[in-house]
Design a protein around this ligand. Sequence first.
Ligand SMILES: [Zn+2]
Length: 446
Amino acid sequence: MTAARPALVDGVTALRGAAMTFAGDPFAVPAAEALAFDPDALVVMRDGRIAAFGPAAALLPSLPPAATIVRYANALLVPGFIDAHVHYPQLPIIGACGGTLLDWLEHYAFVAEQRFADPAFAAATAEAYLDECLRQGVTTAAVYGTVHPGSVDAVFAAALARGMRMIAGKSLMDRNAPAALTDTVQRGYDESKALIGRWHRRGRLAYAVTPRFAPTSSPEQLAAAGALVREHDGVYLQTHLAETSDEIAWVKQLFPGAQDYLDVYARHGLLGRRSVFGHGIHLSDGAWQRIFDAGAAIAHCPTSNNFLGSGHFRFGDAKRAPRPVRVALATDVGGGTTLSMLATMAEAYKVARHTGFGLTPIQAFWLATGGGAEALDLAGKVGGLTPGHDADIAVLDLAATPLVAYRMQFCESLSETLAVLMMLGDDRAVRATWVAGRLAHERRPA
Ligand SMILES: [Zn+2]
């Protein structure tokens, strides 16, 4: 490739190489209709957005003479990846072994999160987290902070400095957690409202009202969360849903009047179009129908589910006609074991196999790009390379490792190339990451 230079504010930068984006949902239409692929494409970027996408031969004559062209050989340009559910404060305990969800929360997560009372620790962790996102080609994420508002200030400030489109919120917890990690109904409401005022719709940022999960919020706190969602246009709601059997039994005890776990959220005004529920492993047909009816989404977190032994997410149930639910892919670090969306796709494929569902590589890439964008109600903004999208792009290396390079020579289709990238790829497969038209990460040769 030629030396990459940051785009001038008014300038045009174009990336040239093989490129893939989506023209449709590969869960809904055949792969050939869903994919838009060009072996020698030009992605033209201006003012942080994609201005044109198509065959280089057709677009090159239309570029202004001063345009910068960055050429990527033996690479595949894809939309920047979207991680729809992640706890950045758990980065310090990623891979901490032992126990199922509720044990793991008590022994690791709830200990680690107490350190975020210190703004300097929060700032350093947020920087490390976002740098790692960029190394992995992740350009958008829906992020959980801790109960401390400073944890959200830290991750939003770091995202703003990098120009990234990020969603985040302060965890609301007023019971069943260590005293150092609990707020109250009023404090949680006030702190969330202040964070919304400071950050929501600033740059490319958006706020998510974040009750951690039903067991750690009283009914009054869930009602306050519902009020926050109602009172602020465009905010998200993110929480956990039906991750493990023990958790579901606990929710049933805590909320005896609710129809089921999902109903706990619905009756507090937390089931809507911008609601993103992590996991959704153990859901009834009726619950799937209600999620569909509300236009809500599920963030599937396969490495976390395997790490904690939570169960196997059922794509067959989620995508059942005539009520296919929007599903995104997510790492759920630190329950998840990687920030790589390629590794997460590979794990999603394996989880799907356990349920008899054949997740295609094209579908897996959709979940981490266009599908993730739909799930986060960001379709047309991120997750695609066609004009009007933010210029968030991951450049994947088709010779990332000796084995990847060796295996690629036997690939006979784009689908097979994608399979190799997701099964063998990790951060080494991300040659460069562009954020809003600017080079944000470039992999140095080892
Ligand atoms: Zn989680």
